[in-house]
Ligand binder design. Structure first.
Ligand SMILES: [Zn+2]
Length: 337
């Protein structure tokens, strides 16, 4: 089906960003989503007649076509590739729309773990849209076609896309998350997607490219914020959980099912092992998605650092509980008894 997105208001560029007019020696960078907003990350990059898309996500707080990146702003026929940094909805969930419902015919690149998680995530997106009676942006066939088109890339591997060299670097954000270094015609661009320079219990920190890039397109949602140290935050969490549980209470910890849930379980497991009074207190992991995708992690030990300890918390007789949080703007809370 041809791309027939509803006309949207003209793209308003954030102050200070200049869109060049596409002269042969100008680099054109157009954020089609994710600029001064959280969600639907999608960057168009063009240089000397070659162009690629970096990520293609949906806006988590918008529905239907309003959640899509502004794909109509660029010539999708000319886009040679889509590079997907990681499996979070706001970076990948519009990919089946791009592949199945527009004129885009380019290659699709991502890491092995991203592809492994993507099938369930995209199928869920189709199912949930159908259940809620929303306009479906794409079909199961579009999901299958997207997965079929995916070419996987390893960390530190460089792939040649007919003269565009793409290198995947670890991003330290979630399992399989990558930053991409693109090089062609003397230009070197680093696109980070979501990244972390602080290692945690199951992922290494984002790595730096061996040679400095000319341009860095970086995620900066929390770039201006000062956070407490990891030790301070973990101390607050474990003290609050331990105090509540030992007083007979229960603790709900809403967290993202993949990545954050595993990290919190490892934090709790470490605290449990240091606190004899908690030894017999079970921990529940209450997320079907995490249970489904967690087994992906052990077979891919080279992608995690340090290696993940056996997740005792997941198999223990099931009281901290880490449920999956509701999506933004979803108003009906799930009931826990
Ligand atoms: Zn993310």
């Amino acid at each position: 089906m041809a791309h027939r997105a509803k006309p949207q208001p003209p793209l308003v560029m954030p102050e200070g960003i200049k869109v060049l007019d596409g002269d042969v020696d100008e680099v054109v960078i157009i954020p089609l989503g994710g600029a001064q907003e959280v969600g639907r990350s999608c960057i168009y990059l063009s240089w000397r007649g070659r162009s690629v898309l970096l990520d293609c996500g949906l806006h988590p707080a918008l529905r239907g076509r309003a959640a899509l990146p502004r794909l109509e702003e660029v010539d999708l026929v000319q886009c040679e590739a889509l590079l997907v940094t990681h499996f979070h909805h706001d970076h990948c969930a519009a990919a089946p729309y791009l592949v199945g419902q527009t004129t885009f015919r380019g290659r699709v690149l991502m890491t092995h773990p991203t592809r492994a998680v993507l099938r369930g995530l995209l199928t869920d997106t189709v199912r949930l849209a159908r259940q809620s009676g929303e306009e479906a942006l794409y079909t199961e066939e579009d999901v299958e076609e997207t997965l079929r088109r995916v070419e996987t890339i390893d960390f530190r591997q460089t792939m040649d896309l007919d003269g565009i060299a793409v290198t995947a670097l670890t991003a330290g954000h979630v399992l399989g998350s990558a930053m991409f270094l693109l090089e062609w015609d003397g230009l070197r661009v680093l696109y980070t997607g979501d990244y972390s320079r602080v290692p945690d219990r199951h992922l290494a920190a984002a790595e730096l490219p061996l040679r400095p890039p000319d341009i860095v397109i970086a995620e900066s949602t929390c770039g201006g914020a000062l956070h407490e140290s990891v030790a301070e935050r973990e101390g607050k969490l474990t003290r609050a959980v331990g105090r509540t549980v030992l007083n007979g209470g229960r603790v709900l910890i809403p967290c993202v099912a993949l990545g954050r849930a595993q990290e919190i379980l490892l934090v709790l497991e470490e605290h449990w092992s240091r606190t004899p009074a908690l030894a017999n207190v079970p921990i529940y992991q209450a997320s079907g998605q995490a249970r489904r995708d967690f087994p992906l992690q052990p077979p891919l030990p080279s992608l995690t650092w340090p290696p993940v300890a056996a997740p005792r918390s997941l198999n223990a007789p099931p009281c901290p509980i880490t449920p999956r949080p509701a999506a933004p703007k979803e108003s009906t809370p799930r009931t826990w008894r």
